[in-house]
Design a protein around this ligand. Sequence first.
Ligand SMILES: *[C@@H]1O[C@H](CO)[C@@H](O)[C@H](O)[C@H]1NC(C)=O
Ligand SMILES: *[C@@H]1O[C@H](CO)[C@@H](O)[C@H](O)[C@H]1NC(C)=O
Ligand SMILES: *[C@@H]1O[C@H](CO)[C@@H](O)[C@H](O)[C@H]1NC(C)=O
Ligand SMILES: *[C@@H]1O[C@H](CO)[C@@H](O)[C@H](O)[C@H]1NC(C)=O
Ligand SMILES: *[C@@H]1O[C@H](CO)[C@@H](O)[C@H](O)[C@H]1NC(C)=O
Ligand SMILES: *[C@@H]1O[C@H](CO)[C@@H](O)[C@H](O)[C@H]1NC(C)=O
Length: 287
Amino acid sequence: MKGLFTYAAALLTSASLTFAHGGWDLSHEHAGDVFNYAHASGVSGVLHNGNSTGQIRTINGGMFFPIININEEQSRPKAAILFLTDIFGIQLVNNRLLADSLARAGYLVILPDLFRGDAVPATALEDPNSTYNLTAWFPRHPPSQIDAIINTTLTTIQSTYIVNKIASVGYCFGGRYVARHLTPASPLSAGFAAHPSNTLAAEWEAIASPISLAFGSLDESNTAENRTTIEGIFEQGNKTYQTVLYAGAEHGFAVRTDLGVKRKAFAQEGAFWQAVRWFDEWVKEDE
Ligand SMILES: *[C@@H]1O[C@H](CO)[C@@H](O)[C@H](O)[C@H]1NC(C)=O
Ligand SMILES: *[C@@H]1O[C@H](CO)[C@@H](O)[C@H](O)[C@H]1NC(C)=O
Ligand SMILES: *[C@@H]1O[C@H](CO)[C@@H](O)[C@H](O)[C@H]1NC(C)=O
Ligand SMILES: *[C@@H]1O[C@H](CO)[C@@H](O)[C@H](O)[C@H]1NC(C)=O
Ligand SMILES: *[C@@H]1O[C@H](CO)[C@@H](O)[C@H](O)[C@H]1NC(C)=O
Ligand SMILES: *[C@@H]1O[C@H](CO)[C@@H](O)[C@H](O)[C@H]1NC(C)=O
């Protein structure tokens, strides 16, 4: 691997902005945990609590900080995975631990800081009295800006690492961008999204590569009607796709859920292994 990156000594700090709740109800979500409750005990790839092993590096003149997860035991990763986070960004340890898990499954995982340090702070999730203003946050991160960051990251992956293929995973906010970037012009050639938010029909229609989706039955932003619409688009467009519905799982479950509830824990792990199996098949396609 070429060492094009420069290390950044700076620690990421969460946004210090405080606003009132607005636009998006987080009350049904749970700050959660990642893989604390492992069903697949003994199976490598399942992480428990702790810190991420990812490295924070600055690219593109410090415009954003991607976290690079490299499986040190794997000299040649199976492929690269562009990890597009939820609104809590790379600052949320859950996202970083999830990336570690994907790295352990044999992938080179890159998480760009989609929000340039302005991710929604975890306290907006954990504190029931949070006054964080999500209505004000969204317009600060419009699709044009997120798309540009994703494009820069993809260009950097291509020029920096020797990988045959690049896939993308996205959670909530990031899920929409998996759809937006699985187009014929993109270097991405497979995708996985869990509980994607605000994705438009036209974005699903434009998908040109295999896509796997994970939904939770309690997700109010992906209702039965929404899911049927998406599946109809995929069928009509003859897409290569898979959708899985996890019972008892809410919006956000693949990243942050109450692992003390067995079926939520099952859903989180299920969504993780769903992504890994999907990409493992995609990697095999060329062999
Ligand atoms: C995580 O990192 C923090 C700060 O560097 C450190 O205090 C803590 O012990 C680490 N935890 C684990 C489980 O490594
Ligand atoms: C939230 O505010 C309510 C009403 O003021 C208070 O009773 C409760 O203790 C607060 N909760 C936390 C976690 O601060
Ligand atoms: C939240 O932000 C929106 C948009 O900027 C603004 O209209 C609204 O007044 C804010 N809410 C509070 C409680 O500050
Ligand atoms: C990102 O790249 C795609 C091609 O994959 C292009 O269509 C799009 O205009 C680019 N967007 C930005 C904001 O650079
Ligand atoms: C989900 O369905 C509702 C009700 O039909 C609709 O208003 C909304 O736009 C749909 N959401 C998405 C992301 O397609
Ligand atoms: C649908 O896609 C499959 C697999 O890519 C292909 O074999 C088949 O010919 C396509 N069917 C139509 C009607 O385009």
